[in-house]
Design a binder for this molecule. Structure first.
Ligand code: SF4
Length: 237
């Protein structure tokens, strides 16, 4: 793919978290927030990163200089967003990070299954957002066909045996018990073992979006999910 030859310096970045213990399971990591996303979720919590042409700060060379100083102190670097796989420079940036001895993590919604396939040799761990059943994705992302692409990415990662956490942040209106029951049953049947339900906290959402349901530990949908997956996490408010 073209991205394999793109220069890492071209990676457009919207921010850097220098240290986190929650973005890569079991590892101390830095998070690089990549610009650009092909989808337009109404509840997006990083809407300022959707625009690929916004200011790129810090520059990739500054990120690498920072990582050089953190060798031996950090375990991993997570590429998040936005949607990291939207950028052709991602593969080169990941290769440079691996060259420094860090593990590479990826947060993705899976909009580009073929790019994801080609990134597999560079990935140590993936957090994949599955937002809804495939047929309901356009309600979430405003993009036709997005659900098929996300679920193709899921199939690809499962078939590859990738270290994977699937996570759902249910959109208001697609967060009822019956809906989440169907969704988690489909995910478990697909072969997902590690799954997280994350409380939706809409930022700047349209006024007609209903309030999100509060996902508590004793919620019926949470209890169903807990039974279905060998590893289950509730990330509540
Ligand atoms: S896929 Fe993620 S970054 Fe893109 S619009 Fe949706 S919530 Fe925002």
């Amino acid at each position: 793919m073209a991205s394999q030859s793109a220069n890492a310096d071209a990676l457009r970045i919207g921010g850097l978290t220098p240290l986190t213990s929650v973005d890569y399971p079991g590892e101390l990591a830095a998070v690089v927030y990549c610009r650009g996303c092909p989808w337009r979720c109404s509840y997006c919590h990083n809407a300022d990163l959707q625009d690929p042409h916004g200011p790129s700060e810090p520059a990739w060379t500054e990120v690498m200089a920072f990582l050089e100083r953190r060798r031996g102190l950090l375990d991993a670097v997570v590429f998040s967003g936005g949607e990291p796989t939207a950028q052709q420079a991602l593969a080169a940036a990941m290769a440079e990070v691996r060259g420094l001895g860090f593990k590479v993590g990826l947060h993705t919604g899976g909009p580009y299954p073929e790019r994801l396939r080609q990134l597999l040799p560079l990935l140590d761990w993936v957090g994949l957002d599955i937002k809804a059943l495939p047929e309901d994705y356009p309600r979430v992302t405003d993009v036709p066909g997005s659900g098929e692409r996300a679920w193709q990415s899921l199939r690809l990662l499962l078939d590859a045996g990738a270290a994977l956490e699937v996570r759902t942040t249910p959109m208001p209106g697609l967060d009822g018990t019956a809906y989440l029951d169907t969704l988690t049953a489909r995910l478990a049947a697909a072969g997902v073992h590690r799954y997280a339900l994350q409380q939706c906290r809409p930022v700047g959402a349209p006024a007609d979006l209903p309030a999100p349901r509060h996902l508590a530990d004793d919620d019926a949908a949470v209890a169903l999910a807990r039974r279905r997956f060998p590893h289950f996490t509730l990330r509540a408010a």
